[in-house]
Design a protein around this ligand. Structure first.
Ligand SMILES: C[S@@+](CC[C@H](N)C(=O)[O-])C[C@H]1O[C@@H](n2cnc3c(N)ncnc32)[C@H](O)[C@@H]1O
Length: 264
């Protein structure tokens, strides 16, 4: 769908992109377009082809090229660029603390976090064996997920060595294999940035309960799948957390999986 004409820098404005996509796909709803599938696809394709971003010329991807290589990352321009801006703020404002991702899978996003903040400790939480049966069944029963082969078999094809091979400073990584939150114990640490990407209600709620109190002032959490139709348990997990502990500052971003950014 992305042809050479659409890859010209002068063509990369949202109006042009929308018109060109609509020529090929028919009319797009506003939310579909703003939901960024089209813009992410074009931006990601541009970055992959040229190694840099035409929309933000100062951003060069050659030095961090691994973030977009097919082996390490499903390209999601908005998610990656948001992470990059957040990490710049953390460094600039001297926000203290370690980093964590709960739901690492093959280490795509953890690898980006480690590339951007290589000298901070990064905790990597995962079963490394896919979803927990009881978490999954609760989401089925609540109607947050629908039965399909993908969910039953998902995320089992990974291992710790593969994940660590994505890191630029593997010595800064602490792997926490097992069921979260039990795998966490009581870590004596504070956090500047936490990515929660477990898809299901239970571990996402537990991630908020565990990490939000340990988040430094000025720190960030990124919750994947908040506005994502495939995994519908993330939004109620946030709502239930807020009902119990009070409102938290929330910023939804239009990346491919509708990430929610939380700060303190
Ligand atoms: C969508 S994948 C993570 C993708 C990764 N963050 C990325 O962007 O490439 C979700 C991961 O969450 C893990 N997971 C889900 N529930 C978990 C739990 N209760 N404890 C530990 N890991 C869990 C799964 O094993 C799976 O690897």
């Amino acid at each position: 769908m992305v042809d050479d004409e659409m890859m010209k820098p002068r063509s990369l404005n949202p109006g042009y992109i929308r018109k060109e996509f609509e020529k090929k796909t028919g009319k797009l709803s506003h939310s579909t377009f703003m939901g960024s599938y089209a813009s992410c696809l074009v931006a990601s394709a541009w970055i992959q082809k040229h190694g840099r971003c035409a929309l933000i010329p100062r951003m060069r991807y050659d030095s961090l090229g691994t973030r977009y290589s097919p082996q390490t990352h499903m390209p999601d321009y908005v998610r990656s660029r948001t992470l990059e801006l957040i990490t710049e703020m953390i460094e600039r404002d001297n926000i203290d603390g370690s980093l964590a991702e709960v739901g690492v899978y093959k280490g795509h996003f953890s690898g980006q976090i480690n590339t951007l903040l290589p000298s901070r400790k990064l905790y990597l939480f995962d079963t490394f064996d896919g979803f927990d049966e009881s978490d999954k069944n609760k989401d089925y029963e609540s109607g947050y997920i629908s039965g399909c082969d993908f969910v039953d078999k998902a995320f089992k094809d990974t291992n710790i060595d593969l994940v660590l091979s994505k890191m630029v400073t593997p010595d800064m990584c602490v792997v926490k294999k097992g069921y979260f939150p039990e795998s966490a114990g009581n870590i004596e640490d504070t956090f500047a940035l936490v990515s929660l990407d477990c898809d299901l209600y239970e571990p996402m709620y537990a991630g908020l309960e565990y990490f939000y109190p340990r988040l430094s002032k000025g720190g960030f959490m990124m919750l994947h799948e908040y506005n994502y139709p495939g995994f519908r348990g993330v939004k109620p997990a946030v709502a239930d957390y807020e009902k119990k502990y009070g409102q938290i500052p929330k910023i939804p971003i239009p990346d491919m999986a509708g990430t929610l950014v939380i700060t303190k």
